[in-house]
Design a protein. Structure first.
Length: 163
């Protein structure tokens, strides 16, 4: 990858009218946001935390619609990218998105988990192009920390020639 294209992910975000949070949300437990090992960056589960620190909370299928939860998943995607940016010093080191695990705090009857997590998946596709297409699982769960609507963890491949 040429250095002239190295800012492409940030440029694509700006073209979409989006920006990364100044810093990734602080972990809510005894873990780190990102662990890099053997050419992969493992991003711990991130939630829908706004820039002002406010959490998006609620039960999808009860007091939050699937469409609203999908926007929360996009916000989670931005927080994942912010965590990567903080750890790697920029998104130009990302070679591809490998895998996502998306959890939706939903009612037992709710069935649109893939639709919700598409908020993050589609963001990554727009930011990284073909390299943003990934494997994924999306599940409904009875609860999430602080009653957030969505939590997503991710694995990214890092360019082998990156410092």
């Amino acid at each position: 990858m040429s250095r002239s294209a190295s800012l492409a992910p940030e440029v694509r975000l700006a073209q979409m009218g989006l920006s990364l949070p100044r810093h990734a949300p602080v972990p809510v437990g005894a873990f780190c946001n990102v662990r890099v090992h053997a050419g992969l960056a493992y991003v711990s589960g991130q939630g829908p935390v706004r820039a002002d620190g406010q959490l998006e909370r609620g039960k999808v299928g009860e007091d939050v619609t699937a469409e609203i939860a999908r926007t929360h998943a996009e916000l989670v995607g931005l927080n994942i990218l912010a965590a990567l940016h903080d750890e790697l010093g920029g998104l130009d080191r990302v070679a591809s998105v490998v895998k996502l695990l998306g959890l939706v705090n939903s009612t037992p009857e709710f069935e649109r988990h893939p639709f919700v997590i598409d908020g993050a998946s589609e963001l990554f596709g727009k930011v990284f192009g073909a390299a943003g297409v990934h494997a994924r699982s999306s599940l409904g769960v009875a609860s999430l920390p602080n009653q957030i609507t969505v939590e997503i963890e991710a694995i990214f491949a890092i360019h082998p020639d990156a410092p």
